[in-house]
Design a protein around this ligand. Structure first.
Ligand code: NAD
Ligand code: TDX
Length: 351
């Protein structure tokens, strides 16, 4: 069946992998990528697919109700895959309101448009909201987050994502909107903005800059290769049950310091540096405020109900990821120098 799908945040890290998955796997779908091109949005992430006839880019803000409604009116979307968000915890500590605006107001703006234009005709429609494991808060030494774990967010980022999740569910319960939500663990892979741990540290190791480890480096994160997340999103969008939640994760927990040591070892090998030289860059710095100790996702439901399993083992995925950043030094330079933003300003500044 043909579908017209609105993907928000498709120029970002995960969004660009989702857009690629959808436009290449479903050439008979029309995919509309709505992205404001904030500092985290980069059209270079989509260079390889931007000329495909079923891909369409719209520069715009999800909080702009007039624009969002005009898109629903013009294109009559069957589905929404909503990824646009402010996504970095440290930035949320500096500027919480930006997170409230995009993550909460932006989500409600999209929900309102879907409700207005679908107008109770929900057959074949789906509003899919992409969320995070951080809404569940922090685990102790043991246990996992399941779909029924109570929400307990600690950062302005995770609180804003939790709020948006509640609103999505409220639109189902109150107005009958056909929604589905997934909560995923930490992603890694190509095209991630180098403010997040893995690309930041890869770049710092290349540049021989210090590696700022928060606190004692004992916080634990559960890492998933971004393409496996994109595959799960495709599956849930097509096969997920309306009003259900699916946790996505690969049962792959690493303490930050163990992960950083592994990255240092792999990078010494790849860069032909003396063994142990990158580890000397490790610097312990002041801990992040409200730093969650441990995240670990139980994705049994997704496996048992929809048959999803991750395709990549972590060491293989990490090695592939490091190779991608080493091979795409131009991408890293453009992103860190801000050159790409000057380009967008020039081409989209007055649109
Ligand atoms: P990202 O920061 O790399 O990309 C966000 C994208 O959204 C960018 O292209 C940006 O330009 C766009 N955007 C931001 N504000 C916008 C606005 N007001 N209007 C339109 N576009 C806007 O984020 P990401 O890491 O790819 O995360 C994508 C989604 O997945 C987010 O909802 C995030 O909460 C969720 N998530 C991320 C992770 C992770 O590890 N990165 C894990 C689980 C869930
Ligand atoms: O310089 C650093 N030093 C450091 O020790 C940075 C940037 C991070 N860290 C630590 C903090 C975390 O324990 O590394 C861990 C990972 O940090 P981030 O990459 O900032 O990710 P995290 O805070 O875990 O959140 C990520 O996963 C869930 C994404 O940014 C979110 O968007 C997603 O929802």
């Amino acid at each position: 069946m043909n579908k017209k799908i609105l993907i928000t945040g498709g120029a970002g890290f995960i969004g660009s992998h989702v857009v690629r998955e959808m436009v290449t796997k479903y050439p008979h779908y029309e995919i509309y990528n709505l992205d404001a091109l904030t500092y985290a949005g980069n059209l270079a992430n989509l260079k390889d697919i931007e000329d495909l006839p079923n891909y369409h880019f719209v520069k715009g803000d999800i909080t702009d109700a007039i624009l969002v409604e005009s898109l629903f009116e013009k294109y009559a979307f069957d589905g929404v895959i909503h990824l646009a968000a402010e996504s970095h915890v440290d930035r949320s500590i500096e500027d919480p309101l930006a997170f409230v605006n995009t993550n909460i107001v932006g989500t409600v703006t999209l929900l309102n448009a879907a409700r207005k234009y679908w107008d109770g005709n929900y057959t074949g429609k789906c509003f899919y909201h992409i969320s995070t494991d951080e809404v569940y808060g922090s685990l102790g030494e043991s246990g996992f987050f399941t779909e029924t774990t109570a929400y307990d967010p600690h950062s302005p980022y995770s609180a804003s994502k939790a709020s948006s999740d509640h609103l999505v569910r409220a639109y189902h319960d109150t107005y009958g909107l056909p929604v589905v939500i997934s909560n995923c663990s930490n992603n890694y892979g190509p095209n991630q903005f180098p403010e997040k741990l893995i690309p930041l540290f890869i770049n710092n190791i290349v540049q021989k800059r210090s590696l700022p480890v928060y606190g004692k480096g004992l916080n634990v994160r559960d890492w998933l290769y971004v393409v496996d997340h994109a595959r799960a999103i495709d599956l849930i969008f097509h096969k997920g049950e309306v009003s259900e939640t699916y946790n996505i994760g690969g049962f792959n927990e690493w303490s930050n310091i163990d992960l950083i040591r592994l990255m240092c070892r792999l990078m010494d090998e790849k860069l032909g540096r003396e063994s142990g030289s990158s580890e000397k860059l490790i610097t312990y710095v002041k801990d992040r405020a409200g730093h969650d100790l441990r995240y670990a996702i139980d994705s049994t439901k997704l496996k048992e109900e929809l048959g999803w399993t991750p395709s990549l083992q972590f060491e293989e995925g990490l090695s592939k990821t490091i190779d991608w950043y080493l091979d795409n030094n131009d991408w890293m330079e453009e992103v860190t120098s801000g050159a790409y933003q000057a380009y967008y300003e020039k081409y989209y500044g007055d649109r």
